[in-house]
Structures are given as structure tokens and as C-alpha cells.
Design a binder for this molecule. Structure first.
Ligand SMILES: NC(=O)c1ccc[n+]([C@@H]2O[C@H](COP(=O)([O-])OP(=O)(O)OC[C@H]3O[C@@H](n4cnc5c(N)ncnc54)[C@H](O)[C@@H]3O)[C@@H](O)[C@H]2O)c1
Ligand SMILES: [Zn+2]
Ligand SMILES: [Zn+2]
Length: 376
């Protein structure tokens, strides 16, 4: 029986308040309206940003919410005006849209989009779009405009990437956030040069993907840094040449790296979201030409650094989604995976049903997983 044009009742993991475990609920997903696409989510990764927002969301009206932004699925139906997608298409919804028309989309220097969910203050002007999902009569916010911890979601068409019909959705969902972000941080945001020396701080999926990107760019030395010693072998599998645990040293980590590399690395990547570590990552770079990329997310604390650290020419930059223009790049990244040019399977340490979402958070917090995939 076709569901087109009808409200779909399905399961979703709902976050009702700060820091509380998610609960599995029946939600109602309205039919897509103009320029919207309703997607049957098949699989989703669990990213640290989901956990970050569950525990530190200071946003007013941030709950109730369906978290999850690393999903892949199949188009169920499309709203009026949607021409690029049809039911049955395999897709990855993306948290950075690409409308193709705004100032950012038109510039080759940016992958942001002025029409992303954060710009679209629909309905009451306070909360995130789309407002198409309800639970127990309450409207549910879709985290990052997506909300993939659900059997169905509804997304703006400018935030949907159509991918290869043969792509395994329970693997390529990782290209919806973590892997694309780390990989692109090295290739697009830092533009790592062949023969260079890199340091990657934090070896979750994002950091390991940054290691993979440094290797793809031809870096000759890639120093992986993590306080969890168990990450060492995984980092080497992704191309790291060295592993340093800051806890094994008396000196600050930037001094350790500086002495290991004759004055600092060419590129560093902070993939944790810790402001002190961001400063360490900056100071671990060569003081004249080093480039440090902020990849980890932190919207609650401030950075503090002496101008002397920058005056010699060292640069600080950041990345959202690895600098990829999402809609056009995600299908290419999927093709790269299908052609075995990039790894994905190696990031997946656990697979659970949607009901296991809180366990996935626990595994992440305990440092036992790289990525957990939830299969609907
Ligand atoms: N910029 C973006 O677009 C973007 C996209 C995805 C994720 N993120 C952010 O990237 C970060 C990493 O995400 P993830 O899913 O890989 O997280 P994760 O929790 O899987 O991995 C974090 C790693 O950092 C390590 N770590 C913690 N403190 C450390 C320290 N002081 N020194 C060295 N290592 C330390 C942990 O042991 C762990 O291995 C998060 O902040 C997330 O919000 C940003
Ligand atoms: Zn993410
Ligand atoms: Zn745009």
C-alpha cells in the first residue's frame, strides 16, 4: 500500500531533555511539502556531535528533538516542485545544504550555504525546521535539519545527495558526516602538500578520516595523538606513521611534537572539540607556515592564545563538513568508496538496532567504539 500523501507513523529515538537517555517513540511524519523529500532512513551513524548537543545544548527550545545527522536512505515520496528525486532513489541527507544559488554556493572558496537549515527560521521563528514530525501531539525538532535516528525523515531537497543505486547504505551513511569531514579537512581545508608532516589530535571517526586524508594527500609523516592508547593500532591502519599519547609525557604535547619534528608540524587537526587542545594543536605547528584546522565542535567555550603565536605567519582555520560542497561531492565520495579509494568499513566497530542508540552513546563515551551504525 502506497504511503504517498499520507502521514507515516513510525519509530524514532526522541531526546526530550538535556542529558537524558533517548526514548523510542511512535512519531507521525507528515507528507512532504514544497521542495521537501521524505526519506526512509535505512542506516545512520552516531557522531560525537549528537552527544554534544544532547549534553550541552544551550539552545532555547532545543527539545524535544530527533538527533542523528549521518544517515542514508531511500526516497519514499517528494513534495511539489521537487524534480531531482523520485521514490526509490538512494540518498544521503546532508547537514550542510547546497542550493547552488546563494553567495556561498556560488563561491569556490566556501562549502557553506545561506539556505541551510540554520538560516531557515520557519514557523514560530524560534526552532529549527521542518516541523513536519510530531510525537504525542508535540512538534519534534529535527537536529541539523535532518533527524536520522528515525525510520522516516523529511528534508529540504537542497540538503539531499543522490547516490549510486548499488551503494551499501549501512556503510556510506558515514559519508553524511564524520568521514567526509575528517577526510576533507586534510584535502580541502588544510590542502596538505605531498611530503609534509601532519599531526591529528583525537582518533574517533573524524580524526581517523583526517589521517586517511593526510595519507591520500601524500604526507610523509602523520603523527596520531590520543589519550586512549587503544587507538594506536587503528591509527596505523589508516596511515599514521607515529602514535603519541600525551599522558606518556611530562611536557605539554605541543612541545613533544615540536621536538619530534624539528620545530613543529606543517599541518595539525584538532578532532576532539577541546579548546585547550585547539591551542596545543596550533602551537604544535611550525611557527612560520604551520596551518592548524579546528574540526572538533565546541560552541560553549572561548579560545585564548597569545598573538605572538600567530605573528610569524602560523594560521588557524576551521572546517564544516570537510569543506565539501555537499550535494555535488557526496556522490563522488560514495564512488570513491565503491572503487576502494577510501575506507569506510574499517570505521565501523558496532552495528545495533535503533533501540541501541543509548548504548551507542555509552560505547563512544567509554572509548570502545569508532563508529556504531544503527540499522532501522
Ligand atoms: N567540523 C565538523 O563539521 C564536524 C563534523 C563531525 C564531527 N565534528 C566534531 O569532531 C569531533 C570528533 O568527533 P568524533 O565523532 O570523531 O568523536 P569521538 O568521540 O569518536 O572521538 C574523539 C577522540 O578524541 C580523543 N580525545 C579526547 N580528549 C583528548 C585529548 N585531550 N587529547 C587527545 N585526544 C583526545 C578520544 O579518546 C577519542 O578517541 C567532535 O567534537 C565532533 O562534534 C565536527
Ligand atoms: Zn557529525
Ligand atoms: Zn546555497
Amino acid at each position: 500500500m502506497s504511503t504517498t500523501g499520507k502521514v507515516i507513523k513510525c519509530k524514532a529515538a526522541v531526546a526530550w531533555e538535556d542529558g537524558k537517555p533517548l526514548t523510542i517513540e511512535e512519531v507521525e511524519v507528515a507528507p512532504p511539502q514544497e521542495h521537501e523529500v521524505r526519506i526512509k532512513i535505512v542506516a545512520t551513524g552516531v557522531c560525537h556531535t549528537d552527544l554534544h548537543f544532547l549534553y550541552t545544548s544551550h539552545r532555547k527550545g532545543g527539545f524535544p528533538c530527533i538527533l542523528g545527522h549521518e544517515g542514508a536512505g531511500i526516497v519514499e515520496s517528494v513534495g511539489p516542485g521537487v524534480t531531482k528525486f523520485k521514490p526509490g532513489d538512494k540518498v544521503i541527507p546532508v547537514f550542510v545544504s547546497q542550493c547552488g544559488e546563494c553567495k556561498n554556493c556560488r563561491s569556490p572558496r566556501s562549502n557553506l550555504c545561506d539556505n541551510s537549515w540554520w538560516s531557515k527560521q520557519q514557523y514560530d521563528g524560534k526552532t529549527e525546521p521542518l516541523g513536519r514530525i510530531t510525537c504525542k501531539g508535540r512538534r519534534i525538532i529535527q537536529f541539523e535539519g535532518l533527524g536520522t535516528f528515525a525510520e522516516y525523515s523529511i528534508v529540504y531537497e537542497i540538503a539531499v545527495a543522490k547516490i549510486d543505486d548499488d551503494a551499501p547504505l549501512d556503510k556510506v551513511c558515514l559519508l553524511g558526516c564524520g568521514v567526509s569531514t575528517g577526510y576533507g579537512a586534510a584535502l580541502n581545508s588544510a590542502k596538505v602538500q605531498p611530503g609534509s608532516t601532519c599531526a591529528v589530535f583525537g582518533l574517533g571517526a573524524v580524526g581517523l578520516a583526517a589521517v586517511m586524508g593526510c595519507q591520500a594527500a601524500g604526507a610523509s609523516r602523520i603523527i596520531a595523538v590520543d589519550i586512549n592508547k587503544d587507538k594506536s593500532s587503528k591509527a596505523k591502519e589508516f596511515g599514521a606513521t607515529d602514535f603519541v599519547n600525551p599522558n606518556d609525557h611530562d611536557k605539554p604535547i605541543q612541545e613533544v611534537l615540536s621536538s619530534l619534528t624539528d620545530g613543529g608540524v606543517d599541518y595539525s587537526f584538532e578532532c576532539v572539540g577541546n579548546v585547550e587542545l585547539m591551542v596545543s594543536a596550533l602551537e604544535a605547528c611550525n611557527k612560520s607556515w604551520g596551518v592548524s584546522v579546528i574540526v572538533g565542535w565546541n560552541n560553549t567555550e572561548m579560545l585564548s592564545v597569545s598573538p605572538v603565536q600567530m605573528i610569524g605567519g602560523r594560521r588557524w582555520t576551521g572546517t564544516v563538513f570537510g569543506g565539501w560542497k555537499s550535494v555535488e561531492s557526496v556522490p563522488k565520495l560514495v564512488a570513491d568508496y565503491m572503487a576502494k579509494r577510501i575506507k569506510l568499513d574499517e570505521f565501523i566497530t558496532h552495528t545495533l538496532p535503533l533501540e541501541g542508540v543509548n548504548d551507542a552513546f555509552d560505547l563512544m563515551t567509554a572509548g570502545k567504539s569508532i563508529r556504531t551504525i544503527l540499522k532501522m
